[in-house]
Design a protein around this ligand. Structure first.
Ligand SMILES: O=c1[nH]cnc2cc3nc(NCc4cccs4)[nH]c3cc12
Length: 373
């Protein structure tokens, strides 16, 4: 039982790292994939199932929770862990990214961002201080600074303006967060695809001696090679003894390539969103259960899987459920996808410990390349 937030590096293999984040609510084994629990629920899953698949931590979105049911209401009901019955660590984002991608009528200035709810049009305002206050009311274990993530391609001047604003907001977020030994606030490295701006952002954030660092501004539609090049340039100037969290990433291949470069934490809606749309991730690559070729295929998705959704149901049945838009279809495919993502993360963690990450990566890529037999 610990009272402090600590990150320990247990092993490394090349640039890939195996670590452990300990905090009062539990331990996060890294590299870690954080299922996205947007509005206090990982869609189409029971949180006990999410835990049984090996998830040590889930993500909550400030934007969604502040609009509905409201941070103060969640606080009155005992905080997000109590409300959702998830006693393990929760990471909350700051809301800024969702404001810029979901809200209506947004107005961003030096002090913060004002916007209208996409649900009922009500007016709201987020500042670095207000976002930390909301994350505190949710009793979040890992909190994120408020930042400005801009879409690429963009002019250097625009990228620099947003990166500098995010640095000033990092200072204000850190001041508002204060000194909470069992919790952490992460800074977010910005700078678009401009290497000198990325390096300036990483160095200025490192000087703030925060407990963890995210790489933001990626997984916003850029090609994978641009994301990986940015990682190659940015990771070496980020503190090696602190957790590194790549926001919004990604596909199984993104995870494999990013862990190889030294990323420790990930979150992405891909496995859950794709599951609801009939797409299965597997050791054999992607399988689109809407496709008629599965209509009479009696085989399960993966007979070697420990997950009932992957091992016990025929592709024909999953195809039927998907075509019929039955709720169980999304439930089973979400279950399969999160099982596969956690299986992949556990495989990478074990491979790094055993010093065989390169072999694991090659075997995994070969399985995807062979495709779905
Ligand atoms: O710089 C960022 N700052 C704070 N949150 C983020 C979340 C992010 N999520 C994605 N990609 C995943 C996506 C989800 C929905 C649309 S893109 N990229 C992201 C970048 C940031």
């Amino acid at each position: 039982m610990t009272t402090h937030f600590t990150f320990k590096l247990l092993a490394s293999d090349g640039k890939a790292r195996r670590g452990e984040i300990t905090m009062p609510r539990g331990t996060v084994r890294t590299p870690a994939f954080m299922p996205v629990g947007t509005a206090g629920t990982v869609k189409a899953m029971y949180l006990d199932q999410v835990r049984d698949l090996g998830a040590d931590i889930i993500l909550g979105n400030v934007y969604h929770l502040m609009l509905r049911p409201g941070a103060e209401r969640v606080a009155r009901l005992g905080g997000l862990h109590e409300f959702a019955r998830w006693p393990h660590p929760i990471l909350t984002d700051s809301g800024g990214f969702q404001v810029m991608s979901l809200a209506a009528l947004r107005k961003l200035d030096e002090t913060g961002v004002t916007f209208k709810s996409h649900i009922d049009g009500s007016q709201h305002r987020l500042t670095p201080e207000r976002s930390i206050e909301i994350q505190d009311r949710l009793d979040s274990d890992i909190q994120m600074q408020l930042d400005e993530c801009i879409r690429l391609p963009a002019e250097r001047a625009e990228i620099e303006r947003a990166m500098e604003l995010s640095l000033r907001w990092a200072e204000r977020s850190a001041r508002a967060f204060g000194d909470q030994p069992g919790k952490a606030m992460f800074g977010i490295v910005q700078g678009g695809d401009v290497i000198d701006l990325r390096i300036r952002s990483a160095e200025r954030l490192s000087a703030m001696d925060l407990k963890g660092y995210s790489i933001g501004g990626l997984a916003v539609g850029e090609p994978q090679h641009v994301m990986l090049k940015t990682l190659d340039e940015t990771l070496p100037v980020m503190p090696s003894h602190k957790p590194r969290y790549l926001m919004g990433v990604g596909t199984p291949d993104d995870l494999l390539q990013s862990v190889a470069r030294g990323v420790d934490m990930f979150d992405c809606v891909m496995p859950t969103r794709a599951g609801r749309h009939g797409l299965a991730y597997s050791r054999f690559g992607k399988i689109n259960l809407r496709n008629a070729r599965h209509a009479e295929d009696p085989r399960p998705l993966d007979e070697a899987s420990a997950c009932p959704a992957s091992r016990d149901y025929s592709r024909a049945y999953l195809h039927h459920l998907t075509r019929a838009d039955e709720a169980l279809g999304g439930m089973l495919l979400t279950w399969n996808n999160l099982a596969y993502y956690q299986w992949l993360m556990a495989g990478m963690r074990d491979a790094i410990e055993a010093g065989r990450f390169a072999d694991f990566k090659a075997e995994t890529e070969a399985g995807w390349a062979r495709g779905d037999i």
